[in-house]
Design a protein around this ligand. Structure first.
Ligand code: DGL
Length: 266
C-alpha cells in the first residue's frame, strides 16, 4: 500500500494525479488537518508532526510514503530519509515533491532562471535552492513566500478581486527578474494557475506538482517494483486528524470527487 501524507487537504491535488496514473495500487491518504497549516511552523515541529504521520502510516501497512506537501518535503524529508528510515524502517521509502519538480525543470529547454512560489517555511528552508544546486547548479533560483494564498484558497476566495491583488504583489518581484519557469511550490497554488499563467505570459512555463510527481513516482515504481505490490482490488482510504465532515467536503474541491474519511489521532 502507498501512503500519501499532507498537512491537510492540499495533498489531494497531488493524489488526484497519482491515483489516476497508478490506479492499480492501494492508497492510504492522511491529512493532518488538526495541526494545519504547516506553512508558518518551525522546522522542529514540522519534522515532529511529519515523523508521527509516517510512523502511523507505516504501522497501517504502507510500504512507501509520498510526502505530498511542499512544506513537509522541505522541512522534514531529508532528516527522515537520513536518520529516521535507516534506524526504524530500513526497507521502506519516503519520497517528496521537491526533487521531482527540480528534475522536471532541469529537463526543460529553457530554465536559466526559475521562480519558486511557496509557503514561508518552504522558502525559508532553502530546499528548492538545495535541490536545484544538486540537479543543475547552472539554474538560478529566485523565491517568493506567499503566505496569504493557502487561507484564501481554503476559504474559496480564488475569484475575489483581493486575491488577484495579493497574488500580483507576490508575483511582481519575480516577474521583474524575468524567470523562464515558475514552480508552484505549494499544493494549493494550482487553483490560481490560470491567473499566474496570464500574469507571466505564454513564454514562461508554469509548472504544477501533481502531474510531475505522479510521472516520477510511476518511473520510480517501475525501477523498484519490489517495494509495493499492485492490488487486484485497489482500495483508497482517507484519514484526517481533523473533522471528517469538513475533510469530505473539501475533498470535493481538492480531489474532485466524493469520499468518506475517518478521523484519527496522531
Ligand atoms: N500543503 C502545504 C504545502 O504544499 C500547504 C498548506 C500548509 O501550509 O500546510 O506547502
Amino acid at each position: 500500500m502507498i501512503g500519501v501524507f499532507d498537512s491537510g487537504y492540499g495533498g489531494l491535488t497531488i493524489f488526484k494525479y497519482i491515483e489516476k496514473k497508478l490506479s492499480q495500487y492501494d492508497y492510504l491518504y492522511l491529512g493532518d488537518n488538526a495541526r494545519a497549516p504547516y506553512g508558518d511552523r518551525s522546522q522542529d515541529l514540522i519534522y515532529q508532526y511529519t515523523k508521527e504521520a509516517i510512523d502511523y502510516l507505516f504501522a497501517q501497512g504502507c510500504d512507501l510514503i509520498v510526502l505530498a506537501c511542499n512544506t513537509a518535503s522541505s522541512m522534514a524529508l531529508r532528516k527522515i530519509q537520513q536518520e529516521h528510515l535507516p534506524k526504524f524502517y530500513p526497507g521502506k521509502r519516503v519520497l517528496g515533491v521537491i526533487r521531482p519538480l527540480a528534475e522536471a525543470v532541469a529537463s526543460l529547454p529553457k530554465n536559466r532562471i526559475v521562480a519558486v512560489m511557496g509557503t514561508n517555511s518552504t522558502v525559508e528552508s532553502g530546499a528548492y535552492i538545495n535541490e536545484f544546486a544538486e540537479v543543475d547548479p547552472s539554474i538560478k533560483v529566485i523565491q517568493q513566500a506567499c503566505p496569504l494564498l493557502v487561507p484564501l484558497i481554503e476559504n474559496s476566495q480564488e475569484d475575489q478581486p483581493e486575491t488577484k491583488i495579493i497574488l500580483t504583489q507576490y508575483m511582481q518581484p519575480l516577474r521583474e527578474q524575468n524567470p523562464d519557469v515558475v514552480v508552484l511550490g505549494c499544493t494549493h497554488y494550482g487553483f490560481l494557475e490560470d491567473l499566474i499563467k496570464d500574469y507571466f505570459g505564454s513564454e514562461v512555463n508554469v509548472l504544477n506538482s501533481g502531474q510531475v510527481v505522479a510521472a516520477k513516482l510511476a518511473d520510480y515504481l517501475e525501477r523498484h517494483s519490489e517495494l509495493v505490490k499492485k492490488s487486484t482490488n485497489p482500495q483508497r482510504f482517507f484519514l484526517t486528524t481533523g473533522s471528517s465532515e469538513k475533510f469530505d467536503k473539501a475533498a470535493k474541491k481538492f480531489l474532485g470527487r466524493n469520499i468518506e474519511s475517518k478521523t484519527i489521532n496522531l
